[in-house]
Design a protein around this ligand. Structure first.
Ligand SMILES: [Zn+2]
Length: 293
C-alpha cells in the first residue's frame, strides 16, 4: 500500500526539455483522479546542513542563493525555492516508510546525476543520498539499498559514495551500509529486456537475503520512466515490461515487509503541446503495482 508525500511547494515551473520540475503536480493530479482516497501527507523541508551531508556546502549555498546554476543549468529562484521541498519529500518518504514499515512515494525526480559538488542532467541535489545518509545517521535503518531503475547510470550517486571515503569522517562508515544498484551501469540501448528484468529480480533477491532485520532495511526505488523503449533519451522496456519491472520490486517489498520509498526520475516523451500523457501513464502504472502487487 503506497502513500504519497506531496504538496505544492515541491513544484517549480522552469522552462526545460525535462518536465521534472512541474511533474510532481501533474502526477498528483492524475493519481487523485484515479485513486481519490490516496493518502497524501505533506513533506518536511530539508535544511542546508542536511543537503551538506551529501554535498559540498559551498555548492549547496551557491545553488540555494542562485549564484551557482542548478541541474537545469539556470539560476531560476523558483527552482531554488522548490529544491528543499523535493529533497525533503524523499527524506520524509524514507523516514515514514521506516517508522511505519510500509511504502511511501515521493513523486519527485532529478536526483541521480547530482554529484558531490555539481549538478547536471536536470539533477541538482541527490535526494537519494541525502535520504540514505539521513536515515542511517538517525539510526532509523541499518542498511539502505538504492535500486535505480532509470535508464541512465546513477553517476552522481556513485560520485558521492566515492567522495565520502576513508578520511572523510564518520560519514564514510555510513556509506558502507548504502548499497547502490544502478541499471544504467549494466544496460545500454539495445540490451535485452529479459536480462534487465532478471537483474531487477536478482537485486531484490539479494536485498531480501541480506541478514539485517527486514524492518531495518530501506529500499529507495527510483522508477525512471525513461526506461521506456519509446523514450527519446531511453530505454529498453515496453509499457508491459515496465509494469513487470515494478511488479517484481513491489512483490518483494510487500511479501517481506521491507520499508520502501520510491520516486519517479526521468521520462521525456512529450506531446507538441507540452503535455506528458505517456509519462503519466508509466508513473500511474508504477503506483498501480505498488498498490496491488
Ligand atoms: Zn534518466
Amino acid at each position: 500500500m503506497s502513500q504519497v508525500v506531496f504538496d505544492e511547494r515541491m513544484v517549480a515551473a522552469t522552462r526545460s526539455f525535462s518536465p521534472s520540475s512541474r511533474k510532481p503536480g501533474l502526477v498528483m493530479q492524475d493519481w487523485l483522479q484515479h485513486w481519490p482516497s490516496l493518502n497524501v501527507v505533506a513533506p518536511r523541508m530539508v535544511a542546508r546542513k542536511h543537503l551538506a551531508q551529501a554535498h559540498d556546502p559551498e555548492y549547496v549555498d551557491g545553488v540555494l542563493d542562485c549564484s551557482i546554476p542548478n541541474g537545469f543549468g539556470n539560476t531560476d529562484p523558483d527552482v531554488a525555492r522548490s529544491l528543499p521541498w523535493t529533497v525533503g519529500a524523499m527524506v520524509t518518504a524514507a523516514v515514514l516508510a521506516l517508522r511505519e514499515t510500509t511504502t511511501y512515494c515521493a513523486p519527485v525526480s532529478g536526483f541521480h546525476h547530482a554529484y558531490w559538488s555539481r549538478g547536471g542532467g536536470y539533477c541538482t541535489f541527490n535526494g537519494l543520498m541525502v535520504a540514505a545518509l539521513h536515515v542511517l545517521k538517525q539510526n532509523l535503518a541499518d542498511q539502505v539499498f538504492i535500486l535505480d531503475c532509470d535508464f541512465h547510470y546513477g553517476d552522481g550517486t556513485e560520485d558521492i559514495l566515492q567522495h565520502v571515503q576513508p578520511g572523510q569522517g564518520p560519514v564514510h562508515r555510513l556509506t558502507r551500509r548504502i548499497h547502490h544498484f544502478t541499471a544504467g551501469e549494466h544496460f545500454g540501448r539495445g540490451a535485452s529486456s529479459a536480462e534487465f528484468l532478471g537483474w531487477v529480480g536478482d537485486a531484490m533477491f539479494s536485498i531480501k537475503r541480506h541478514p539485517a532485520d527486514m524492518r531495518r532495511k530501506l529500499v529507495l526505488y527510483q522508477a525512471g520512466a525513461d526506461q521506456h523503449v519509446d523514450d527519446p533519451l531511453g530505454g529498453l522496456l515496453t509499457t508491459g515490461e515496465l509494469q513487470r519491472r515494478d511488479n517484481i520490486v513491489f512483490r518483494y517489498i510487500n511479501a517481506y515487509g521491507i520499508p520502501c520509498a520510491w520516486n519517479l526520475a526521468g521520462g521525456y516523451q512529450q506531446e507538441p503541446d507540452g503535455s506528458i500523457p505517456k509519462v503519466l501513464e508509466i508513473h500511474r502504472n508504477t503506483m498501480n503495482e505498488s498498490l496491488s502487487a
